[in-house]
Design a protein around this ligand. Structure first.
Ligand code: URA
Length: 238
């Protein structure tokens, strides 16, 4: 059960004080009856709440998949730059969502955005070893020795030894390479630093998979959509 004023405030109907006035004015109905007291408790999953005759679709959690564009920060707020949350419609922003983990400013691709703290915790906890797959373009020729080194675990500039990672070469010659890399960790700039450890540079990075969830190819950079029920189930299933 939750207080009516809290539910309405979360849905963007104003501050608690504004919500109180709204309810007092007789424009809010709960289960077919006008209510005047905004402190009453309702069951957000079951009660039918109407404001100005329109039924509210109340949900506690939202789950969005975004194709993150270049130049945008994976954070809820930034003094200087646009954030992934700024790209969301206000109808989603009222749920106070946040990105699950981070992609660098210049990394594109699959980013989950939710307000479900428990799921976030599970997905970013090192304990669960969630696979993350990236498509990367590299400035030099990637070869078998790199595949072997990644399999053993490369050592980063701060002496951290990475968990084994899978490297698949799509194309490689002296002009550069296209690869897929699967990692289970999420250290700062991890993929870029793993290639640096092999004296190579990542020139383009896109996340294409997170756990069992693949980036929807229909989403242009900067676009997002809600996860389907199935997608959410597979994600929670890890
Ligand atoms: N590794 C990186 O170097 N950057 C990212 O954004 C994600 C993984």
């Amino acid at each position: 059960m939750e207080r009516l004023d809290k539910v309405l405030a979360n849905l963007g109907f104003g501050s608690r004080k504004e919500v109180k006035a709204l309810v007092k004015s007789g424009r809010v109905e709960v289960d077919g009856e006008v209510v005047k007291d905004s402190s009453i408790s309702i069951d957000p999953e079951k009660s039918i709440v109407k404001v100005n005759g329109e039924e509210l679709l109340y949900r506690k959690y939202i789950y969005l998949m975004m194709n993150k564009p270049d130049g945008v920060i994976s954070a809820t707020f930034d003094n200087r730059d646009e954030t992934v949350i700024d790209l969301l419609d206000i109808d989603y922003q009222v749920f106070k969502p946040f990105p699950v983990g981070r992609l660098d400013k210049d990394t594109v691709g699959l980013l989950l955005i939710t307000n479900d703290g428990d799921l976030n915790h599970k997905l970013i906890s090192p304990k669960w070893h969630v696979d993350k797959v990236y498509y990367a373009e590299i400035d030099k020729e990637v070869n078998e020795t790199d595949i072997e080194a990644f399999k053993k675990g490369v050592v980063l500039d701060d002496d951290y030894k990475c968990l084994p990672a899978k490297l698949e070469i799509v194309e490689a010659d002296e002009n550069g390479s296209k690869v897929y890399i699967t990692i289970q960790e999420g250290k700062f700039h991890q993929v870029k630093r793993m290639f640096q450890a092999r004296e190579k540079e990542v020139v383009y990075l896109k996340r294409v998979k997170f756990g069992n969830l693949s980036l929807d190819n229909e989403l242009m950079e900067g676009e997002y959509r809600e996860l389907t029920e199935e997608e959410l189930e597979t994600l929670k299933d890890i």
